[in-house]
Design a binder for this molecule. Sequence first.
Ligand SMILES: [Zn+2]
Length: 100
Amino acid sequence: MERCEICGLPIALCTCKTRELELQVIKIRVEKRKWGKDVTIIEGVPDDDIYDIAKYLKSKCACGGTVKENMIILQGRHTRRVRELLEKRGFPSERIEVEE
Ligand SMILES: [Zn+2]
């Protein structure tokens, strides 16, 4: 029988994943990169959705970007726009933190 690595319960009884999603907070911040360029970093997007969301954000913000180590990295400064877009995708606004 397959067991959860976190709580040790059989997968069918485990609620870790659900709890994790409920507690998941998305953090948006801007970092300065070499050559003075800003990038917007989004952390906390669920793994299953991350490529979809990255694609969505890139097209809506009309910018380049990548997914790296569970983070979405967009070129340029898009904190407000990203927050709005994530809310449109159904992420509750109280679970989105923006570091200005
Ligand atoms: Zn578990």
